[in-house]
Ligand binder design. Structure first.
Ligand code: TMO
Length: 316
């Protein structure tokens, strides 16, 4: 083989190797990366997308289900390694606390989020003045059930989602009672059943979510969020209570990693820093499972095969 031919062969193989396995990845630990999964659909699908991408790059991954709040302490302690959906409206308190303990902020997605009380559009006819929270409170009796007596029923999120709604109701002296569900699927079943009968309902919802493609509706407008609302009783409507405000209307969606992550898996760390989802992508990820009936694994495979240009930019 002449020199030129040998040189050409070596560069082709070199280029192929560089494409398949970038230099940094060779330094990644072979220990499994423990990806945290939670109990709502988009988070599970996005975790599987990220997990499958890392596996295709030669990393080993494991999925560990965890509580929406305790997960941050676990990650700060290096007991779990990565979270793909840090929601400002429900997790900022636990997240901020864990940052003080070494948790690593991997930056925000393009997606803008909101999590709060929500109603289907026809409810506006029942309560003039919506979406203002005072208008909702003024017609609380329309939402009353045998379970809540004279108070309106608010169908709330599972307790571990950290929303402080019982405290908000008290702080704002609302004529409502929170009835929390055990799991997200119950929220959608309650919504569908009220919707079919055009009955008043107000429930916990969020965006991005598959719900917005199926039902028209709006968030209730509470007093605008301010960080002081969660810490300083003097702030806001009620001078003696915290939580007298709504959730952020344009919240962040971040990613987080354990303190040991960057040193242990530098290649994977570089990829995860670049991972970035948009609102429509996240809503569609949830819809593949909650509307189309796919498993989270299948939904992740489909997303990866349909969105090569997007993830290629993360792994290069
Ligand atoms: C964190 N969540 C999207 C369920 O509100």
């Amino acid at each position: 083989m002449n020199f030129l031919k040998l040189f050409a062969t070596v560069s082709v193989v070199g280029a192929a190797l560089a494409g398949a396995a970038p230099q940094a990845r060779a330094e990644d630990s072979s220990d499994p990366i423990r990806i945290v999964t939670n109990d709502w659909t988009s988070q599970i699908v996005l975790s599987n997308i990220v997990g499958q991408l890392l596996e295709s790059l030669g990393n080993t991954v494991e999925y560990r289900s965890s509580d929406g709040q305790l997960q941050y302490t676990a990650m700060a302690n290096n007991d779990m390694d990565f979270q793909v959906e840090v929601w400002e409206g429900s997790q900022s308190e636990s997240f901020n606390k864990a940052l003080q303990q070494g948790l690593v902020d991997l930056g925000a997605h393009t997606a803008v989020t909101r999590e709060d009380w929500w109603y289907p559009e026809y409810v506006k006819e029942v309560c003039p003045g919506l979406p203002d929270w005072k208008a909702l409170d003024a017609c609380a009796e329309k939402f009353a059930t045998a379970e809540t007596g004279t108070k309106g029923r608010f169908v709330g999120p599972p307790a571990a989602w950290g929303k402080h709604y019982a405290e908000r109701i008290q702080a704002l002296k609302m004529n409502f009672q929170e009835v929390p569900v055990g799991q997200a699927a119950t929220l959608w079943a309650e919504l569908q059943s009220a919707y079919d009968r055009k009955e008043p309902i107000v429930l916990f919802n969020w965006t991005p979510n598959f719900i917005e493609a199926k039902f028209k509706g709006e968030f209730v407008e509470f007093p605008e969020f301010d960080a002081a609302c969660f810490k300083d009783p003097a702030w806001g409507q009620n001078p003696d209570a915290i939580y007298d405000c709504g959730a952020p209307a344009s919240g962040y969606l971040k990613k987080a990693a354990s303190p040991a992550f960057e040193t242990k898996w530098p290649g994977a760390f570089a990829v995860l820093k670049k991972v970035n989802f948009t609102n429509p992508e996240i809503a569609a990820a949830a819809a593949m499972v909650d509307v189309d009936g796919m498993s989270p694994e299948e939904a992740a495979e489909k997303w990866i095969s349909d969105n090569e240009a997007t993830w290629k930019a993360w792994v290069e």
